[in-house]
Design a binder for this molecule. Structure first.
Ligand code: PMV
Length: 333
């Protein structure tokens, strides 16, 4: 992989060098959060966020980020109605992303983001955040980009953001091009009305190692990581079949094994990465107990201690007996 390809150089192939706002302010645009059933874990290019494997997610319907941009006398980033300090990591990432599009002499802006993901659920918001920011940039500067470009550019903010441009099931195809322009997400033409996702909170504290550093450390130091691309490719196939056949058992088993395989590669990194807390393990054991007692529920987990449960509507009451405090989402309506 060439060292010389930068985000700016890729974007410059598709956009004029100078873009200017077409309005003082645009209305907030929305992008949903998503949860991967087959995870993105490991980059083949860290600058462009190009993945080593394709991934497949499900969007969280109305839960996600609303983002507006307006002209301002200085750059400002607001999150849930609070101004974020200019040197804060989140604010720096947002402004650096806008810089990719407005150029060095671009006008200052104010970015307002509202996340409606229940804060108590401990869900990451970088996917919906960068997807909504990309849509807001598109609208504020009148770029009118095709969906595939929006996905490719959102991916440069956060890999999983490439999948947050769509609702329902979404596949992010890893692509093979050096500039990554074929590494984009596409929606699957499938609905699964009975599917439910349960958010089980273990901790909402900020994690010590973010997913970007975690996956880089895993790729660099975990010998076990070598098996991951094969596992992910096989799981992707299984998930496609499970979705086409509406085979919930296959979907749940595949998603759970995929998440545990990803965590196994992290545990095998050095220094080791264990995002689980004692309560995460207790929740896993409760899920396995529920299954042993005939309640079909599976889980997936990202780079954090919280669990996302997978079950179908007919089992919601039964699953609630084991997890009375979970938030339930119907991803298809
Ligand atoms: O997009 P990032 O850099 O936040 O990484 C996301 C990584 C996982 O959440 C663990 C997996 C995934 O596919 O979303």
């Amino acid at each position: 992989m060439s060292e010389s390809i930068t985000k700016q150089s890729v974007i410059a192939n598709y956009l004029p060098t100078v873009v200017a706002p077409i309005a003082e302010r645009i209305d907030a645009v929305f992008a949903p959060s998503n949860i991967a059933l087959c995870k993105y874990w490991g980059k083949r290019d860290v600058e462009l966020n190009l993945p080593i494997n394709s991934s497949l997610s499900i969007s969280l319907a109305h839960l996600g980020s609303h983002t507006a941009i307006s002209v301002s006398d200085e750059d400002q980033v607001w999150l849930n109605d609070q101004r974020v300090a200019a040197d804060n990591k989140f604010a720096c990432k947002v402004i650096a992303f806008i810089d990719l599009f407005r150029g060095a002499n671009g006008l200052p802006v104010r970015v307002d983001t509202q996340n409606n993901i229940p804060t108590a659920a401990g869900l990451a918001s970088s996917a919906s955040g960068f997807a909504a920011l990309m849509l807001a940039i598109d609208s504020f500067y009148g770029l009118k980009l095709e969906p595939q470009l929006l996905s490719a550019f959102a991916r440069m903010g956060s890999g999983s953001a490439s999948r947050s441009l769509y609702t329902g099931f979404v596949e992010w195809q890893m692509g093979v091009r050096e500039d990554g322009m074929d590494s984009v997400a596409l929606p699957l033409d499938s609905h699964w009305d009975a599917l439910r996702i349960g958010l089980v909170k273990v901790s909402v504290a900020e994690k010590a190692v973010d997913s970007r550093s975690g996956m880089n450390r895993t790729v660099e130091t975990a010998h076990l990581y070598q098996s991951w691309p094969l596992q992910a490719a096989a799981d992707l196939e299984r998930l496609h079949r499970a979705i086409a056949d509406k085979n919930f058992t296959k979907l749940g088993e595949t998603a759970e094994q995929n998440a545990l395989s990803m965590h196994a590669t992290m545990i095998a990194a050095w220094p080791p990465l264990l995002y689980w807390q004692p309560d995460s393990v207790a929740a896993m054991q409760r899920i396995w107990q529920a299954r042993a007692e005939g309640v079909e529920v599976y889980f997936t987990m990202d780079a954090g201690p919280n669990l996302k449960l997978l079950f179908t509507a007919d089992n919601e009451a039964a699953v609630k007996q084991y997890f009375p405090d979970m938030d339930v989402i119907a991803p298809f309506g």
